[in-house]
Design a protein around this ligand. Structure first.
Ligand SMILES: NC(=O)c1ccc[n+]([C@@H]2O[C@H](COP(=O)([O-])OP(=O)(O)OC[C@H]3O[C@@H](n4cnc5c(N)ncnc54)[C@H](OP(=O)(O)O)[C@@H]3O)[C@@H](O)[C@H]2O)c1
Length: 216
């Protein structure tokens, strides 16, 4: 699937995952804007070194000027997000709940996936969970052209079918096989602690793990 309408990616978080996705996106020809809790001036040098070609931005600019926004900040900071800025946006949630680093947060201890909590916090955003189950170094190292038998899969789940389609196109273009698991509740199948989490799955492995019946 080739999606051409997505041109600019906004990333909130310039750590391990945010910069890895940014490098892949730039290599694939997307414009990339990145914001953290610091000012653009404070992260400009870091980005020049870590993600040449990316533009340091405020969160407002990174969100407003982007077709897809990626949440790559620590989950414990999610309440710093501004739901009104993200309203109507396609938002990829790459975050995971990990109590040893995030601290114990009651809302993530209920057995739902963390993305269901984030979707409630961002009710008007078209949230799609993905990237969360792959290590940042693999995002950098495991990208492959379409059709490569070793190409790794990234599961996606979200309640907006068009948002899932756009995110699938982005994932395909940066070097991975998107596997659409369906509604956001299905992201429980690739949350932390599941067999999918951290597993080096190809598309066929992922389809089997998620027991999807769709055509490959
Ligand atoms: N590491 C992995 O392999 C991996 C893989 C998949 C998913 N994840 C998940 O992805 C998330 C990020 O992980 P990471 O390893 O990339 O973390 P990290 O290396 O600690 O980076 C976090 C980034 O988020 C920024 N940040 C903090 N508050 C922010 C805010 N309010 N708005 C925008 N940016 C903010 C931080 O910068 P400032 O503090 O300067 O603002 C930093 O640049 C976590 O939820 C993690 O579970 C990680």
């Amino acid at each position: 699937m080739q999606i051409t309408e997505v041109k600019t990616i906004g990333i909130l978080g310039a750590g391990r995952v945010g910069t890895a996705i940014a490098r892949r996106a730039i290599a694939a020809g997307y414009a990339v804007k990145i914001a953290t809790s610091k000012s653009p001036a404070e992260i400009a040098l870091l980005l020049e070194i870590m993600v040449p070609g990316a533009v340091a931005a405020t969160a407002q600019d990174a969100i407003a000027g982007s077709d897809i926004v990626i949440l790559a900040l620590p989950l414990s900071k999610y309440r710093q997000l501004q739901p009104e800025l993200l309203a109507g946006k396609i938002v990829i949630d790459a975050m995971n709940y990990w109590a040893p680093t995030d601290g114990t947060l009651a809302e993530f201890e209920t057995g739902t996936s963390s993305s269901e909590v984030i979707q409630k916090f961002l009710p008007q955003s078209r949230l799609v969970r993905s990237f969360n189950h792959m290590g940042y170094h693999e995002i950098d190292e495991e990208a492959r052209p379409s059709g490569d038998p070793q190409r790794r899969a990234l599961a996606i789940a979200g309640n907006d079918a068009e948002a899932r389609r756009q995110v699938a196109g982005f994932i395909d273009r940066i070097g991975f096989d998107p596997v659409d698991a369906g509604l956001l509740i299905e992201s429980r199948m690739f949350d932390t602690g599941t067999p999918v989490f951290g597993a080096p799955f190809t598309r066929a492995d992922m389809l089997e793990a998620l027991t999807l019946k769709q055509a490959s």
